[in-house]
Design a protein. Sequence first.
Lengths: 472, 454
Amino acid sequence: MTIVEETSSPLIESDVLERVLSGATRSGAEFAEIYAEDKRSTSAGLDDGRVEQVTSGRDRGAGIRVVAGDTTGFAHTSDLSASGLAAAAAAAAAAATGGGGGVKTVALTPSAPHRPNTVAIEPDSVAKARKVELLQRVDDAARSVGAEIVQVSAGYGDSRKRVLVANTDGVLAGDDVVRTLFRVSAVADGDTGMQTGFQSMGHTIGFEVFDAVDVEQMGREAARQAITKLAARPAPSGALPVVIKHGTGGVLFHEACGHGLEADHIQKGASVYAGKVGELVANPLVTLVDDGTMAGEWGTLGIDDEGHVTQRNVLIEDGVLTDYMWDFLRARKEGRPQSGNGRRQSYQHLPMVRMTNTFVLDGPDDPDDIISSTEHGVYVAKLGGGSVNTASGDFVFGMTEAYLIENGQITEPLRDGNLIGNGPKVLTDIDMLGNDFAMGSPGTCGKDGQGVPVGDGQPTLRVKSLTVGGTA
Amino acid sequence: MTSFESELQAIADRVIEQAASGEQVEAFVSRGGETEIRVYEGDVEHFVSAQSEGIGIRVIRDGRTGFAYAGTLDEPAIAEVLAEARDNVEFGTVDEWAGLAEPDGVEPTDQVLWNDELAGFPADRKIDLAKELEKLTAGGDARVRVDDANYADAHAEAAVATTTGIRRSGRENGCYVSVSTLADEGEGEDAETQTGFGFSVGRSPAEFDLERAGREAVERATRLLGATQPASERLTVVLDPFVTAQFLSVISSTLNGEAVVKGRSLFRDRLGEQVAASGVTLVDDPTNPLAYTATDVDGEGLAARRNVLIDDGVLQQFVHNSYSARRAHVSSTGNATRGGFAGTPGVGCLALSLVPGTKSQDELIAGIDRGLLVQQMQGLHSGVNPISGDFSTGAAGLLIDNGAVGAPVREVTIASTLQKMLLDIAEIGGDIDWLPMRSAGMSLVITDVTMSGT
């Protein structure tokens, strides 16, 4: 096994960084930061039996942030030369003019690399033909499941992003993040119209992921979901017990409380969880963790996008709220350490508080018992996306594969729909938690117009009452 | 955008001049900038000043397509992008319909997309506008706090050139202000917070209506205070204009020519049939200067045009770009979309609207015995399946009883199917509002929708 080599040349030389940072504080700002990235990506899409196109992308640039008092100035540039950076620094500094004071002298101290992930096969070293072949295999596999499958689309993507962060506090840190992503969706057609199935996987490792992940199995699974739903009846309407299969329902916690535990919402009094540290906010079965260090997971990073080493943060322990998630600005305001949750979509964006991999630890229950002890309810085998209003706590999430539970048995499939609940109430209403923890599918979390990759996970669990948004 | 000759056009021209024989090449080049200012409690929280540029190159040879892009316009990078796109060609599958758009003789309409006043608008005045909006909003109601107030503007210049004879360049700019609010009521365990937003858009700051943005942000946050979760029932819904615009954007994906030719549209074999209630006419018209997304050309450089998609309930046509049109044996309707230099053209409606009726929202409500005025939808991306047609979203709003609005409700879903909802449209309001999205809003009455609560 080989490890991706640390790239020999830095994105920007240290002396240039020091000069630019120093210049950025000329107007009296107390903090300046450079975030630079160089990202290469390859993607390929198949639809309607054809590989439609292979795309190669290159994104390279730096964002410069200058903080004076409570005001942040930000500018970015795709020009990484000393003069390009100086111009962006001047623009950022002008946007955040401080109240005087001298120029800061900046002495950067390189930090040791933190690399939670081991990359065996750098995707760029793999022939494009092999990537395209994965798409053809998944297409064949999905179509082989049944004549009901009328359409298949699939996507492959990989990227390698080198990151450098330096700031006037002397931080100089880097990261080298490889991502590999694969998805397939299938459409089945029958007497009741069309139905869809979807599978995806994403990891922060290299092409070796395909030694462990069987893309043909993903294709067959997407096809099976679509075909199963051809026989689906309309979902019920109203409040019911809902059992959520392991490894599919992390989005529940992401929406029900994850966003509400982000310190930016807390500091503006825009979260139902503000002022509740130390209080019981969930059933004591629940321990919720956000962990940016899990090897190979979609939300994993060596450093966050402010140069802070990622870490494991326990947010809720045995039902009690223990802490929020923090970035540089919010932690500075509170005079406390950051938690490695300062993230941004790209060098063109300002960082803010974001989740990484957010999950609930195992509980005591046998997953089979959770189903068999449910008289009448809904079993959700696959969740779609979700969204939350952090201030009211109301959140929704979609179900894309679900079944009725009748007399403790999983019975008929249900058509797609949304579920709606209120975060604090749902956390309290979790009354059974399985011992079969699994991580879920890769997600992209959107906040304030920025998307970042996140992971989630959870054991099989039951919420004793959630509103199911069907028509029956 | 027809006559504006630019440096970018020259870059695009130079790329396509390098096409080899038997090769179709398209170069799309863009450059732009934006300002984003956020104000909180009277101070600037952040001021973002951003510039970006890039190029995307598509190469088609023997029915195979390759694409590459880079976020820079350095000459060496452009050469690398062209080489990568060519390299990617060999991995595509042969597609007999693959090809670039060709000039079709339709002249673009004149649209005013650039405003000099905005281009020269000073930064401190932008900050003042955000501060003024925050102050106006905060003073609107004692229960309301402002989460943030924002000013944003953007300008972009773009050029496209193809070996098939398309050559277009142009520029546009625009700006908006927005405000997010929090309204609080109750203490301790009964404490409750609801949120609202307001905005105003324009080609220049002179077009802003700050009063209205602030008033709507206050109203949206306060009108749901005290809302409870009602029992489930089947009823008539009235969608607020903003909600209707979101609903139309879902409908638009079912009328997408690419979805149709790939068998993914639930209306794929319904041309000429009654798919909506009589009286429902749905038009995509980016040549209407009132539309926020009004434009002269589409993402492939063809003239944007007015297309009637549903006429008096009968499905007339789908929207197409040149690829989906070729496969469907029709002409492009000028509906190529393009997200920027990093992607190839897709298909989509550009400025969709129902032909409005005449009644106000109050007049529509007056005719309803039992219903729900839907003021917010949540989870359109997770609970609506445009392929099967299943529709289920979170909702909040006001119950309607005997022709008048009553108690606020929250934590409910509304559900039906897209097919049924179009047929169940009972009335279309006259209160058309061109919102900052690809569809217009107006009040819309739809019968027989399931509201799920307790």
